[in-house]
Write a protein that binds this ligand. Structure first.
Ligand code: MN
Length: 254
């Protein structure tokens, strides 16, 4: 895993249109400068935990309508995501061993029994990514290296869409489906329950760098779609910002 590298590389590009979900997760705290080491530094004058903030949505609540309605967006961002951030900060303040860690490090280190950090740290990262990879108008299709990788990995774009949609549809209860880049730089689809994600080394069966994720919690779609999760998945796929996903793919591959 080259999460540090992913973070740093994306950070370099971050001033432009690509904003890493890792960086977007963090506060503007300038003291969280990294020396590039992967190791946590427990004990010994442990640095204070980073206080995370809710990132701006980047577009209007109604910008994705009618595929995703304005009230769903407003509640999802302003209540659900904000709640994860608030509870994450509260949990970190009462924890030990997460001092100075950015969100990717926290997710890498968190253990199954650290429920509050697991759920709310995952919730913060997952939603930060989610807002970025959907956009008004969406995009037509993956391009360039990502398009080629999808064809190579899944057979075709349509075959990928089928597998991704199936993962989203069959996730029982609440959770997410993901398109990830694995350690061998191969694409794969997976799903996780609740707010788990493929960065949680101590929790998921297979780790990877998520570049696309769909939230299939009912709060993401119930106002508009009620129990019709499949219709929501179809609408989501029409909103995917493949340009942004392609940028994240490029960084994951570099
Ligand atoms: Mn959600």
């Amino acid at each position: 895993m080259k999460k540090r590298e992913f973070l740093k590389l994306t950070g370099i590009m971050g001033a432009g249109m690509v904003v890493s979900p890792f960086l977007a997760c963090s506060s503007s705290d300038a003291s969280s400068e990294h020396a590039g080491d992967d190791q946590a530094t427990p004990n010994a004058a442990a640095p204070s935990v980073i206080e995370f903030t809710l990132p701006a949505l980047g577009y209007a609540f109604d910008a994705l309508a009618p595929r995703i309605d304005a009230m769903t967006m407003e509640i999802h961002h302003g209540k659900h995501h904000a709640g994860y951030v608030k509870k994450l900060n509260a949990a970190l303040a009462e924890s030990e061993g997460f001092g100075g860690m950015e969100i990717d490090q926290i997710l890498d280190q968190v253990t199954p029994d650290q429920t509050a950090i697991r759920n709310n740290g995952g919730g913060h990262f997952n939603h930060t990514l989610f807002w970025q990879i959907i956009a008004p108008g969406g995009a037509s299709a993956p391009e360039g290296a990502l398009a080629a990788a999808i064809d190579a990995g899944f057979g075709s774009y349509d075959a990928f869409m089928d597998e991704f949609a199936r993962a989203a549809k069959t996730r029982f209860g609440s959770g997410w489906a993901w398109l990830c880049v694995d350690e061998n730089k191969k694409l794969f689809v997976m799903s996780t329950p609740n707010q788990d994600n493929p960065l949680m080394t101590n929790i998921v069966e297979r780790t990877g760098m998520p570049i696309l994720g769909i939230d299939v919690w009912e709060h993401a779609y119930y106002l508009n779609y009620q129990n019709r999760r499949g219709d929501y998945i179809t609408a989501f796929m029409e909103l995917v910002n493949w340009t942004q996903v392609g940028e994240l793919y490029a960084v994951a591959m570099s």
